[in-house]
Design a protein around this ligand. Structure first.
Ligand code: B12
Length: 474
């Protein structure tokens, strides 16, 4: 038996296809292949960089689908299905919008693969795939399952090994898909298994792709104590309340942390309160970012600051102030994301109730929607003004003069040759990516997916796209 694993790209540029220069290993597909019995042949196609050979013989196409890649995933699925190859979809979109995905796949997988993937493989072997596999979230790679990293060879991913220590996050920010997927729970792997996995691969640079590595401070500290002797360089993602714990910060530095993606989201306390940004409140008030940033810098951390723009208290002026804040702190990278209503999040439900969703409420499927454009009506500006304001922030941030100016920070980027190399390698790369992706269409083919179209093969009678917005995940 043979399974073809597919990581779809987001979309296409105006005049050509899009190749993601900043692409990283698709860890979920490595994990899935690692969970697959050894007698099954596994092949990986990464649509971000290569053409999929739909005519290659295979018994099952397994596609990982996020909201941004959904449109392209449905096109890919249609190609396989037209050739009689059954398609199973898993990941965030099938979990949070199952009915929509069921219209485009023979089978969908809800939740984490670990507990039920072996059953799918056996069912596929017997040509008896079920329509829906309902798994639960849980501890990743339990029992020491290793991702099949051999499948990543020759695809020219960034030279960093992706790994996971924990999954989920204890906070409940209203826009985030994580709290819905994991129901605010945080699942931690056994440290011995993580250490063995680190030893088993060659690199000393690791990206822990955890949703919030610091969701549980005690668990994070235990990991970091174990990492100290390994002399790694690592980065991850985490919430700003990390700065309230001096021991955690010291261990981070000692164990080789270079920096983290941190969701600041907004510098307006009213926005933070409205979105229920718990970590910011834990700083001792919603307005304590200045001190937190000083602490990050004192530990030489190169922060990747993430902002969401367009909250209800945002104005064009406050967006400009957000941009000033990021420049003032000389962050290593900054993501000025427009606030996006992801399906099945509290934010989506609120904007839907308030009648503020654009693009028929399904921006990710709409043939005219473009990457980084507003998908709802903001309170104090028009959607186009929001799109423009976010684009202005990105342009300003990525100018050569800004990259040069931000570099002169002796506590962070100039505190070691490695940090300077990170800064100088990735700033130009991400700048190119920001310009390339702005305004990109989703999917490859205009009009290939019609959001309001009735589902094709075997969609259950009660499966309307709208149902997904009100799936009860309790
Ligand atoms: C690391 C990461 C990144 C990395 C890139 C990683 C990479 N390899 O390219 C960076 C930081 C660059 C990034 C970028 C973006 N990301 Co991101 N990212 C993540 C994160 C935190 C971890 C992904 C990961 O590798 N996890 C480890 C693997 C093992 O877990 P997994 O993917 O969840 O897979 C498990 C299950 O979902 C399931 N499963 C998954 N696929 C399949 C397929 C089948 C067939 C089956 C059976 C099961 C299955 O089984 C797996 C094993 O248990 C996720 C959150 C998350 N927990 O997944 C967000 C997440 C996927 N990202 C998200 C977003 C929005 C983005 C961006 C669009 C942000 C932006 N505006 O630019 C970009 C672009 C993404 C793209 N498609 O190109 C959102 C997607 C929202 C949604 N509802 O779909 C998420 C969920 C974060 C969030 N807070 O909401 N991301």
């Amino acid at each position: 038996m043979k399974i073809t694993f597919v990581k779809p790209t987001i979309g296409r540029l105006q005049h050509s296809l899009y190749t993601d220069e900043g692409r990283m290993e698709p860890l979920q597909l490595g994990v899935l292949a690692g969970l697959t019995p050894p007698d099954v042949e596994c092949v990986l196609y990464d649509d971000r960089v290569e053409e999929i050979d739909y005519d290659e013989r295979t018994d099952l196409a397994a596609i990982t689908v996020e909201i941004y890649t959904a449109r392209r995933a449905y096109e890919i699925a249609a190609e396989f299905r037209a050739r009689g190859v059954p398609v199973i979809m898993g990941g965030f979109q099938p979990t949070l919008a199952p009915n929509e995905c069921l219209r485009h796949a023979d089978s969908i997988f809800i939740g984490d693969a670990e507990s039920l993937w072996h059953q799918c493989v056996e069912d596929a072997r017997a040509s008896k795939l079920r329509r829906v596999y309902q798994a639960t979230p849980g501890i990743a790679q339990a029992g020491g399952v290793r991702p099949r990293r051999d499948l990543f060879r020759n695809k020219r991913y960034l030279p960093v090994t992706l790994m996971q220590f924990s999954r989920g996050c204890r906070f409940a920010c209203d826009f985030c898909a994580i709290s819905t997927f994991f129901d605010r729970r945080h699942y931690v792997r056994r440290i011995e298994e993580v250490l063995a996995e680190i030893e088993d691969q060659e690199r000393r640079t690791i990206f822990f792709v955890d949703d919030n590595l610091f969701s549980d401070h005690a668990a994070a500290k235990e990991l970091m104590r174990a990492l100290v002797p390994l002399k790694l360089n690592w980065m991850s993602q985490g919430s700003i309340d990390m700065t309230t714990d001096p021991e955690l910060m010291d261990l981070m530095e000692e164990s080789g942390c270079i920096g983290n993606v941190i969701g600041f989201e907004s510098i307006d306390p009213r926005n933070l309160k409205q979105m229920k940004k718990g970590p910011s409140f834990l700083l001792g008030g919603w307005d304590r970012y200045e001190k937190a940033c000083q602490i990050l810098r004192s530990h030489h951390l190169q922060t990747w600051a993430a902002f969401t723009l367009g909250h209800d208290h945002d104005t064009l002026e406050s967006i400009q102030a957000t941009s000033d804040f990021a420049h003032h702190h000389n962050f290593c990278f900054a993501a000025y994301n427009i606030l996006m209503p992801y399906i099945n999040t509290p934010l989506y439900a609120r904007l839907e109730r308030e009648g503020r969703l654009l693009w028929d409420g399904k921006w990710w499927l709409h043939p005219d929607y473009r990457f980084n454009h507003a998908a709802f009506v903001p309170k104090h500006m028009t959607p186009d003004e929001l799109t423009e304001a976010a684009w202005r922030c990105r342009r300003r941030w990525n100018k050569a003069s800004s990259v040069f100016k931000r570099m002169w920070d002796f506590q962070t980027h100039l505190s070691s040759p490695r940090r300077l190399a990170v800064y100088l390698t990735y700033n130009p790369l991400y700048a190119r990516e920001a310009f390339k992706k702005q305004g990109m269409w989703f999917g490859r083919h205009p009009n290939s997916i019609q959001p309001q179209m009735a589902g094709p093969v075997g969609a259950p009678a009660d499966a309307s796209d709208h149902d997904d917005a009100i799936v009860d995940r309790a």
